[in-house]
Design a protein around this ligand. Structure first.
Ligand code: SF4
Ligand code: SF4
Length: 183
């Protein structure tokens, strides 16, 4: 961890004004039942995750420590409606460095899953998912690029199992969510 990073952590944006109605006291239990998120209550707010997070370094709003605190406090609606939860790159730096082994990246994933269940997901993610469904790859790879690979003597890309992908999308309900971006 860089020197004094945690003391440099700035809580950005406006001060959050909380009302009793914002708090869902059961939320921390809901979160801690999700695999990978069991240790949410062990966070003692040391700030190491925020200090070392590459996204927090470049974004004034993304603060993993704050997300965990909000989860502990039961600020369910605020968390699930905040697009900031989609900024985590799942690099796992915080997981490696957390002294309490809190599993922040897994908790952020749990928040995203809950957010998708109750609301929606950002269009950019839907577009990536749509590409995966159509081609097996998150990004559409152009014919020109494939030809270039061939001319460079690189092996052809593995063929995706689109049948199984479709099954997975159907089972998880992702197909339904994609209807809006694919029409
Ligand atoms: S999640 Fe871990 S690293 Fe982050 S503030 Fe809590 S205890 Fe510290
Ligand atoms: S996994 Fe997410 S929260 Fe953790 S360090 Fe990486 S970007 Fe930051």
């Amino acid at each position: 961890m860089s020197e004094n990073k945690e003391t440099q952590e700035k809580e950005s944006g406006q001060k959050m004004v909380l009302k009793a109605s914002d708090i869902d006291p059961k939320f921390k239990y809901e979160i801690s039942k999700i695999p990978g998120s069991e240790k949410v209550m062990l966070c003692f707010q040391c700030g190491t995750c925020t200090a070392d997070c590459p996204i927090a370094r470049f974004d004034d709003f993304y603060r993993p420590r704050k997300l965990i605190r909000m989860a502990q406090l039961g600020l369910k609606d605020k968390l699930l409606s905040d697009d900031v939860i989609w900024l985590c790159s799942t690099c796992f730096t915080c997981i490696d460095h957390c002294p309490q082994d809190v599993g922040i990246a897994s908790i952020v994933r749990a928040l995203r899953n809950l957010s998708v269940k109750e609301r929606d997901m950002p269009v950019a993610y839907k577009e990536l998912a749509s590409n995966i469904r159509k081609t097996g790859y998150a990004y559409i790879i152009s014919g020109m690029r494939l030809k270039k690979r061939e001319s460079e003597g690189l092996p052809s890309l593995p063929k995706a199992d689109l049948k199984n992908i479709a099954k997975l999308f159907g089972t998880t309900g992702l197909s339904k969510m994609l209807e809006k971006v694919e029409t």
